[in-house]
Design a protein around this ligand. Structure first.
Ligand code: HEC
Ligand code: HEC
Ligand code: HEC
Length: 133
């Protein structure tokens, strides 16, 4: 019984993987835990992020410098959201702004705009993304 269930699940997973050809040649990773760049001080707990939960959104919305072909860069890549200083927080080049800016491609920006438009969306409160350590 258990074995047939397992085979059934594996088959279903394979069918899903092949029946849904992705738009791009790059696959999105499974669930991730987002953290501060290496060496930076962290004041908030790491954040869970699921690509599956955001499958309805175009990859290039979040990966906004991506050309659809090359390897996808991390948010804190050179020349991108690298400023981890307190003074730089509001700048578009800050690490913070990548996730909280009032833009529809940041986590908080998108969730807040959608909430305002009364659409089903993700969390907007600090503690819902950064649970108490
Ligand atoms: C809602 C926003 C969002 C969407 C939509 C999205 N991603 Fe991501 N993705 C992220 C975030 C945030 C990271 C973590 C980046 C980091 O570690 O700096 C990430 C990381 C990745 C990485 C790993 C990069 C690395 O070097 O660690 C790949 C590959 C990737 N995404 C592919 C995709 C693909 C393909 C799609 C579309 C099918 C997609 N993503 C859609 C937000 C998104
Ligand atoms: C362009 C809009 C958009 C962006 C950008 C975005 N989200 Fe979301 N998020 C959504 C929507 C829409 C949902 C609701 C999906 C559903 O329930 O069908 C959601 C749901 C969620 C959820 C709850 C469901 C789940 O997947 O666990 C979490 C947590 C979440 N988002 C975290 C994040 C984080 C962290 C980021 C930034 C790295 C981010 N989101 C960026 C639109 C967005
Ligand atoms: C939709 C999810 C989401 C919400 C809501 C959210 N954040 Fe974040 N926050 C992130 C992500 C993703 C990162 C980058 C990963 C990390 O550093 O943990 C981040 C990073 C940070 C950082 C820099 C890293 C650190 O640990 O010091 C600070 C500060 C921060 N958030 C504060 C806040 C505050 C304050 C609020 C409420 C006003 C808030 N966040 C709401 C997702 C969110």
């Amino acid at each position: 019984m258990k074995k047939t269930l397992l085979i059934g699940m594996v088959t279903a997973a394979l069918v899903c993987a092949f029946a849904l050809p992705s738009l791009y040649a790059v696959d999105a990773p499974s669930d991730m835990v987002l953290k501060v760049p290496a060496g930076a001080k962290s004041t908030k707990s790491p954040v869970n992020f699921s690509h599956k939960g955001h499958a309805a959104i175009d990859c290039a919305k979040c990966h906004h410098t991506w050309d659809g072909k090359a390897a996808i860069k991390k948010c804190d890549s050179e020349g991108c959201h690298i400023d981890v200083s307190k003074e730089g927080k509001k700048k578009p080049t800050s690490f913070y702004s990548a996730f909280h800016a009032k833009k529809d491609n940041s986590c908080v920006g998108c969730h807040k705009a959608m909430k305002k438009a009364k659409k089903n969306t993700g969390p907007t409160k600090c503690g819902d993304c950064h649970p108490k350590k």
